[in-house]
Design a protein around this ligand. Structure first.
Ligand code: C2E
Ligand code: MG
Ligand code: MG
Ligand code: MG
Length: 292
């Protein structure tokens, strides 16, 4: 009987494996077409400055809806794109679309908003990464100081010498480097020593309930102080509750991003947001939300 149960479990395991492999294969095929057809889109999540009490920039987040598979999360398809060698064209697409978009928003609305774009480790394999970024900036008319590149520890773990070289060339043009998902890796503190960067993004897993959980609260306080003492900026990701925001404001965290303020939005909704940015009602509502 035990043997039968074991066999049953194995069959279920094998069929789950087969389903996963099938889904990955379908995603691979569909993603290649979607990229060629430019069927991916970019959403923009507003980032607010707490000392300015204002919108200061956006994070670009890629979005994909397939006719058959439906909405697929970037957490699922970015790793597939990396495996397939498609992350370089995908990354270039997001960079081009987002830089143009924010450059035109700034011109239209007289703003100096920044755009923060995620770079995957595999994009550093391309020898022309620096040249691509430089020429995309030039074509879009976006000043380098308004571009931030978000990298995670996986970029830095690769330990390639070329990574730190590319990062310093990028910084020399005025582009800023953000450490994304800070604190979730194995050697977060040691890469503070090894790489030049401008912004620390505290991962949402630390922000969640930081006002309730003393350990999370202390951790975030320490990271914010660290950023202050190193002369870096700090962004808290995934702010969902007014009590979390209140705590971050007391710590003098520079910037916040999260569903409490806004989800990532398609450009049509950002258009509307920017149209109303300086109306008295919007200013009041923002003050109320950011200053509680
Ligand atoms: P990330 O860079 O850490 O982006 C933040 C993620 O948190 C986004 O998920 C965003 O929608 C989500 N988020 C923002 N505020 C909140 C909140 O208050 N609560 C919760 N629960 N979530 C919040 P998304 O868009 O699903 O992206 C997931 C990951 O996929 C990103 O994590 C990033 O690592 C990757 N990704 C997305 N777009 C790109 C891209 O264009 N290129 C590359 N290489 N990676 C990307
Ligand atoms: Mg990010
Ligand atoms: Mg993040
Ligand atoms: Mg993340």
């Amino acid at each position: 009987k035990a043997k039968l149960a074991g066999k049953d479990r194995f069959m279920r395991f094998a069929s789950a494996m087969r389903d996963a492999a099938n889904r990955k294969l379908r995603i691979e095929l569909a993603l290649r077409d979607a990229l060629a057809a430019e069927a991916l889109t970019v959403h923009y999540q507003p980032i607010y400055g707490l000392s300015e009490t204002a919108l200061v920039g956006f994070e670009a987040l890629v979005r994909w809806t397939d006719a058959e598979l439906g909405v697929i999360s970037p957490a699922e398809f970015i790793p597939v794109a990396e495996d397939m060698g498609l992350i370089t064209p995908l990354g270039e697409f997001v960079l081009r679309v987002a830089c143009r978009q924010v450059s035109s928003w700034n011109a239209l609305h007289g703003q100096q908003l920044f755009i923060s774009i995620n770079l995957s480790a595999r994009q550093f394999d391309a020898p022309d990464l620096f040249a691509t970024i430089a020429s995309t900036l030039q074509e879009s008319g976006l000043p380098p100081a308004l571009l931030k590149l978000e990298i995670t520890e996986s970029v830095l773990l690769d330990g390639q010498h070329s990574v730190s070289e590319v990062l310093s060339r990028l910084r020399a043009t005025g582009i800023q480097i953000s450490l994304d998902d800070f604190g979730t890796g194995y050697s977060s503190l040691s890469y503070l020593l090894r790489y030049e960067f401008d912004v620390i993004k505290v991962d949402q897993s630390f922000v969640r309930n930081l006002d309730q959980d003393p350990v999370r609260g202390e951790l975030v306080r320490t990271v914010v102080h660290l950023a202050h003492n190193l002369g870096k900026k700090v962004v808290a990701e995934g702010v969902e509750l007014p009590s979390e925001l209140e705590y971050l404001r007391e710590l003098e965290c520079h910037m916040v991003q999260g569903y409490l303020l806004s989800k990532p939005l398609p450009c049509s909704l950002i258009d509307a947001l920017l149209d109303n940015l300086n109306t008295a009602d919007t200013r009041m509502a923002l003050m109320r939300r950011l200053c509680a």
